[in-house]
Design a protein around this ligand. Structure first.
Ligand code: ADP
Ligand code: NI
Length: 217
């Protein structure tokens, strides 16, 4: 990577950090930090284009569909500001647009190795102990119950249904988190996902064990 490219990455880190600090819905700076690191790790293993992967990972949650309807406007403005070639900026934006999970019934459309790497990195951060912590942080942000045994999980047919869902956070495990393992693309991400997946299953067993115990008292 040229000195010029690494300068752009450093400037982008500063920019995204200043934008995302204090975010409490699970898209805080440290989520971006982890996804960036994981994406670099996967990109090296999979021989993906590092510059595209790094910028897409850093900018991927700037214009989240759950908070913002304007598409990747801020990411585009930033790439223009950095004088990134139009063709490269277009590829980066396309990777960003492919990252988000849109419900169990929606297919994971990715058309490049770089998109697969960034999507896998983002999904790994939704799994395991960190994924559990993020899910409950998000649930709290949305005033959702931890669990409600009367409300069953739903398998959302499409993006609209997924966006509208307002169940408790334990359902989110069945509607998204436990589905991630089998929807990863790269071999290196699948290896990392094993342990994280098992940990979520153990967490759920322990959760139900405690819940059932209380119910029997
Ligand atoms: P990502 O940053 O991985 O694209 P999202 O933007 O979909 O993920 O969501 C941010 C975090 O909040 C993720 O860890 C995700 O699992 C969690 N989350 C999203 N929707 C819900 C929900 N309905 N209930 C609990 N957690 C959720
Ligand atoms: Ni993300």
């Amino acid at each position: 990577m040229s000195i010029y490219s690494s300068e752009i990455i450093l400037r982008t880190i500063d920019f995204v950090r200043s934008k995302s600090e204090g975010e409490s819905s699970g898209h805080d700076w440290w989520h971006i930090y982890r996804v960036h690191k994981l994406a670099v790790y996967l990109a090296k293993k999979e021989n993906a284009d590092l510059f595209i992967v790094e910028l897409a990972a850093l900018l991927h949650d700037l214009d989240d569909w759950k908070f913002n309807e304007s598409g990747s406007q801020q990411a585009l403005e930033w790439l223009n500001k950095c004088d990134i070639q139009e063709e490269t900026a277009h590829i980066i934006l396309s990777v960003i647009n492919q990252v988000s999970f849109k419900g169990a019934g929606e297919s994971d459309k990715t058309d490049t190795l770089e998109a697969r790497v960034v999507q896998d990195a983002d999904r790994l951060d939704a799994m395991g102990a960190i994924g559990i912590a993020r899910a409950f942080a998000y649930g709290g942000f949305k005033n959702r119950e931890l669990f409600n045994p009367d409300i069953r999980p739903e398998i959302h047919e499409n993006f609209e249904a997924y966006k509208k869902s307002c169940g408790h956070t334990i359902n989110h495990f069945y509607e998204k988190l436990l589905l991630l393992k089998d929807n990863l693309h790269t071999a290196s991400a699948k290896i990392l996902a094993e342990e994280r997946h098992l940990f979520m299953e153990e967490f759920l067993s322990q959760f139900y064990k405690e819940w059932d115990f209380t119910g029997k008292i």
